[in-house]
Write a protein that binds this ligand. Sequence first.
Ligand SMILES: [Mg+2]
Length: 246
Amino acid sequence: MHRLHAITFDLDDTLWDNDGVMELTEHGHYRWLHAALAAHYAPEQTSRLLELGHADGLADYVERRLRLAREVPERRGDFTWLRLRALEEQLQAVGFNRAEAVVWAEAAMEEFHRLRLNVTPHPEADSLLATLGQRYRLAAITNGNIQLARQPLAHHFPVAIAAGELFTPKPDPRAFLTTLERLDAAPQRAMHVGDSWAEDILPANWLGMHAAWVSSEHDRPLPAGVQRIAHVRELPELLEWLERRR
Ligand SMILES: [Mg+2]
């Protein structure tokens, strides 16, 4: 194989576990919105929203996001945009005017981003990236709408791509090609590390990149150029093994 020059990383469920954070963020920012509006307006202004309640209000919000993603397919991966528009719609539907709806939807999304940053990287991730950064050019490619410059491992990544906001969420190869171009690396000299078979591994492999699949699934046959690791902490060993085979 060619000597590797660059390594690109998926973030969620690759460098940290994301499940609990998304759940807390989803409920947290929506609950915050109801509380903030209740505190700010007279009861008659907020009664229709508060009657909707947390569970039904959240379900309606999710429904609106799904419909918007179908209606505006080029924005389907831009989760911040979908959330903003869905919240604005919902607030207008319960009687707020457009200007109020825009302001409060934006405030709720500020809270969303604050909560979304509460990810805890795997304990090995920081030193792993510091070591790899001395040898390889590193990048982050995520479909998630975490604020890339503020996430806890941001300083390790000279290049970071929010694929959804480019309108080309993974598995669209353009997210990878944009990243490789910014890293000035040919696909054959780059490896992508990620947990999603469909969104990380297949497109990377199709482009001719090496791929490290972070997964505990053992029975899937792996195409040439793809290796499986159970945890990102196993990456240095895999890289050493690959470099020895050159
Ligand atoms: Mg992931």
